[in-house]
Ligand binder design. Structure first.
Ligand SMILES: [Zn+2]
Length: 74
């Protein structure tokens, strides 16, 4: 596996492994000017994360409703 071509905040070369199809790791993928697919992948990942957050919030609301019903029954 190739190593990342990005540079760290200190200005030293990154030692992490590069992502598949890219010369950069997940942290430095934004430094890659030739990887629109990498950016799309990150945007897709961020989209999935927000969807997950929404579903988690939905479950939390459902649990809250169920608990309030159970408490009222007592
Ligand atoms: Zn890197």
């Amino acid at each position: 596996m190739a190593s990342c071509s990005g540079t760290t905040k200190k200005g030293t070369p990154c030692k992490l492994n590069a992502l598949k199809g890219s010369d950069y790791c997940l942290i430095h993928i934004r430094q890659d000017p030739n990887a629109p697919s990498g950016r799309e992948a990150i945007e897709e990942l961020e989209g999935r994360l927000s969807e997950t957050a929404k579903s988690v919030l939905g479950i939390a609301i459902m649990v809250g409703i169920v608990l309030s019903v159970l408490i009222k029954r007592r």
